[in-house]
Design a protein around this ligand. Sequence first.
Ligand code: BES
Ligand code: MN
Ligand code: MN
Length: 459
Amino acid sequence: MLDKAIPYWQANRSPHLEGLKTFLRIPSISALPQYRNDVARAGAFVADHLRWLGLNDVAVVTGNEGEHPLVTGQWLGAPGKPTVLLYAHYDVQPVDPLEKWESQPFEPTERNGKLFARGSADDKGQLWILLKALEGFLKTGEGKLPVNVKLLFEGEEEYTGAHVERFVDGKPAYLNGVTSALVLDTGMFAPGLPTICTGLRGIITAEVTVRGANRDLHSGEFGGAAPNPLQALSEIIAALKTPSGRVRIPGFYSSVLKPSKLEKESWSKLFFDENTYRQELGASGLIGDSRYSVLHRLWALPTLEINGIAGGFAGEGFKTVIPSTAVAKISLRLVPDMDPDEIAQAFKKRVLSVSPPHVQTEVKILAASPAMVIDTADPTIKAAADAYKDTFGVQTAYVREGGSIPIAGSFKSVQGVPVLITGFTLPDCNMHAPNENLDLDNFYKGIEAIGRYLNILGQ
Ligand code: BES
Ligand code: MN
Ligand code: MN
């Protein structure tokens, strides 16, 4: 089969890229309500494409009010062969700040061998890689795949992930018979270096609201007597971490598992220079516990980050105001074996205990999911490394990632199948940021690599 698929992928680079561009033009921003229709449109676009590919039982699965659809479809024409669950997400992050984009986020533009657009890397480009890999088999030869596949594409990964989580946790008949999962939503450690992700951090997202007076106040008239929620919020935030970056929540580090000696050794062999990393970030220094390497801090230690603060006036000019409320969006990243619910409660308790008595503070936990690590000895992981060797000509790197893909953990814990977490984006792909991009060489190699992977699984 591969002998027909490889020349097909070669010959169809241009239509494959054009198809991706059409997909990327749909602004499927899941977090913003005004894009609800566009998310639905992107889901329908994917479903149409699955039908065109010849997949069976293609469905757009709608969820509860406010949720975005899942797209499913399967091909079970290889009896006795493995059944691979393929996951990616078709929603994207918001685009702000728009003025920092060199070309419009939803007008895919090629520059220097890269395709710039929101979602090109995270994750519509990678979803497209999966479909084009399947296409190479389905549109050539006898139109068969080397393995059975079940597709599960999500439209709210960047927002809540609630729909897909409920779907998977409910053990639907659709997922019966799955033998392994492939999550295509991470990247390569360096250009030219195929990479398998062996662990992801978990995440807790929370909103802290601080209330002072019952209305906004003139800061001259009331300043010095009235409570200022922004000040109080700053004091709360300052009490959550030491200046060097150690999180000050009782019990926060007590169940942190050390990475194995083998894992640490393999990390130390990765070509990674901490000073180059700092320079590339354009920062004058790094934070965190200096007893640990930067990679160890990013991959195997938990953290707490302030993602945004709102309140008062920060626009152009000036306004002498004491706002009545202030809000912070805070996320915590977890590692094995931290318990998300326990940590969420400990976080809440800590915030309330350091909150000054003259304000009212409320902590809302939005979501909590655990970290995961995979078993690298699984044959499906070996198969991926072999496929990558055949495609990229080099050995695969095994890394963890600091980011989170909560559903990958559910595939492992609920479905009980091995999970391959991988992807073809580069460190400078700017995911979640302006000028997000996908390296085109990796796009084409990714298609071939996934095709080869499925082919090896089928042998
Ligand atoms: N694709 C990312 C996850 C990711 C990013 C993994 C970088 C490894 C390296 C995913 O789309 C994402 O952004 N996840 C969110 C999850 C959150 C919104 C629940 C994250 O990690 O912040
Ligand atoms: Mn993603
Ligand atoms: Mn993302």
